[in-house]
Design a protein around this ligand. Structure first.
Ligand code: FAD
Length: 500
């Protein structure tokens, strides 16, 4: 049986996503959302995974309804630039999965194994998977009707506009919205939250509470004492500086760019009205003012464009669900934004919670299983992000040396890396560990091959005739022919605006 009433503290993207999902799945539940306009929202977070599409599908909202308002664009993946320095590997594309992968991923895996074994065969991910080619050609992810192969995609969007759009949807559908600042959390003797108490003395009671108060984690951590497990040991970045630029010539791309910098990396996120840029760095290795100057230099911006500095707290709660409270969004944890997974975790958390309660009610065993599954998801995604830094060959600054040389890795990641570097079957290892639900075998191959983690070119030998290597000409023709079926990204965006 689900709770009869839920009060959500926080009206950032996480709070409003949660409100929409609960309202849709449990229409009989009374949902109230409290936020303080004086505190405001973090207002960054402009890239998503395909789960954002799943979210809008789940709440029954079409792209034509929300995308134009949020200045949104399509995203087929992330192009990693300047992380490697190895000849031929100065960039690679990490694509979202596509139905066409079944035709080419096997050959990609095979080629990487040959090259890891010292044979001079092509094993760059971009030669095998379609989305990078679509991005290069400024094509969008939707094909003509006679080419029925789905390419998964996410979006880029203005975080403020998505929040305000979701607020409109939620309130139209019956969610109560209150603008008030909460000063205190009343906890009853059994350890549950009894009420939220506002600065003006107003008390808000509910059966269940969602803490979506951002990095403050006001209910779950401050009042209920949930333990935060920091990831600083192997994820070094703790800060960001953000600055917009104009839309690139030729219109927005349908890919995020993640470009390595002296002490971190910067994103370039194309929206329809501007490009979002942010340098994510470790303040242990660079001063925020120097990071700002480095970003200005990279973007060719003078001092007239305002920069915004942010602090990030990377880690996760030991228990996202504690007593009668579920933490959602930044209050439950944050992995730095390299793979833009934060909103993806919001969806997984709320949908997972709803499914768990529908199955097993609000009992402790359900809660324990839910917390354990969520913890595994965080660690699975964390490992994939750590692997970027640990295996990127760049070593030009102390930051890149130390992110690559420490050994504070989970056993799971150690086993993945061992499988790769000892020439074992990586797809089998990913399947054996059951970690493909976080990142599948193609993603792991892209990461490890994309940085050029192979024997030095000088040591590679021509493959003997009896070793069957992929026919690269045929693959290139196949992908080029597939790409011809996809519409230009600009056309897809224009069609959305016309539908408005
Ligand atoms: C540098 C950076 C880059 C990021 N990039 C991405 C990305 O590309 N993709 C992605 O998915 N995510 C990204 N994120 C994460 C993303 O920004 C957040 O997950 C998302 O914005 C949701 O935030 P939130 O709703 O949890 O918190 P917030 O937006 O901080 O909202 C907190 C809410 O709680 C309210 N509140 C707090 N205290 C009180 C109180 N006492 N009384 C009343 N109300 C209160 C506030 O008013 C606000 O409404 C990024 C984060 C950072 C820091």
């Amino acid at each position: 049986m689900h709770p009869g009433s839920i009060t959500i503290l926080g009206g950032g993207t996480a709070g409003w996503m949660a409100a929409c999902l609960v309202q849709k799945q449990w229409p009989a539940c009374k949902v109230r959302l409290i936020e303080s306009s004086k505190i405001g929202i973090i207002g960054v977070g402009e890239g998503s995974t395909p789960q954002m599409k799943a979210f809008f599908d789940a709440i029954g909202v079409t792209e034509a309804e929300w995308m134009p308002r949020a200045h949104a664009t399509y995203k087929v993946g992330i192009r990693f630039e300047d992380w490697s320095g190895k000849p031929g590997f100065d960039h690679y594309f990490h694509p979202f999965p596509s139905e066409l992968d079944v035709h080419t991923a096997g050959e990609f895996f095979h080629q990487t194994q040959l090259r890891r074994g010292g044979l001079a065969v092509d094993a760059h991910p971009d030669r095998f998977l379609l989305p990078g080619l679509l991005a290069d050609q400024k094509k969008g992810p939707q094909a003509s009707a006679n080419f029925p192969f789905e390419v998964s995609y996410g979006y880029h969007f203005d975080a403020h506009e998505v929040g305000s759009f979701l607020k409109d949807i939620a309130t139209e559908r019956g969610v109560e919205w209150i603008d008030n600042e909460i000063a205190d959390v009343e906890v009853s003797e059994d350890g549950d939250v009894a009420a939220l108490v506002a600065k003006d003395g107003e008390r808000y009671e509910a059966d269940f509470f969602f803490d979506a108060s951002g990095f403050r984690a006001m209910i779950i951590e401050q009042a209920l004492g949930a333990k935060h497990l920091g990831f600083g040991d192997n994820l070094f970045n703790d800060s960001a500086v953000v600055m917009p630029t104009d839309v690139a010539e030729g219109g927005p791309e349908c890919a995020t760019r993640a470009i390595a910098m002296k002490a971190g990396w910067r994103w370039s996120i194309p929206l329809t009205h501007r490009t979002g840029n942010g340098y994510v760095f470790s303040s242990r290795y660079i001063d925020p003012q120097d990071a700002e100057a480095e970003l200005r230099g990279a973007l060719g911006l003078g001092d007239d464009v305002e920069a915004r500095h942010l602090k990030m707290r990377c880690g996760r709660l030991e228990e996202s669900w504690k007593g009668n409270c579920l933490a959602v969004g930044l209050s439950q944890g944050f992995l730095e934004p390299l793979e833009a997974t934060a909103l993806h975790i919001v969806l997984a958390t709320v949908e997972g919670f709803i499914a768990a309660v529908d199955r097993g009610g609000l009992d402790p065993a359900t809660r324990e299983q839910f917390n354990s599954d969520l913890g595994a998801r965080y660690e699975g995604i964390r490992d994939y992000i750590v692997a970027h830094y640990r295996t990127a060959p760049r070593r030009d600054t102390q930051y890149w040396q130390e992110t690559a040389e420490h050994d504070r890795l989970s056993d799971s990641l150690k086993q993945v890396m061992t499988a790769w570097f000892t020439g074992q079957d990586l797809a089998q290892e990913v399947a054996r560990q059951g970690i493909a639900t976080y990142y599948n075998a193609a993603s792991w191959h892209c990461l490890l091959a994309g940085y050029g983690n192979f024997p030095d070119v000088a040591r590679l030998k021509e493959p003997p005739v009896e070793v069957p290597a992929a026919d690269m000409g045929a693959l290139t023709n196949f992908l080029s022919a597939c790409a011809m079926n996809y519409r230009p990204h600009s056309e897809m965006l224009a069609a959305l605006n016309e539908g408005q």
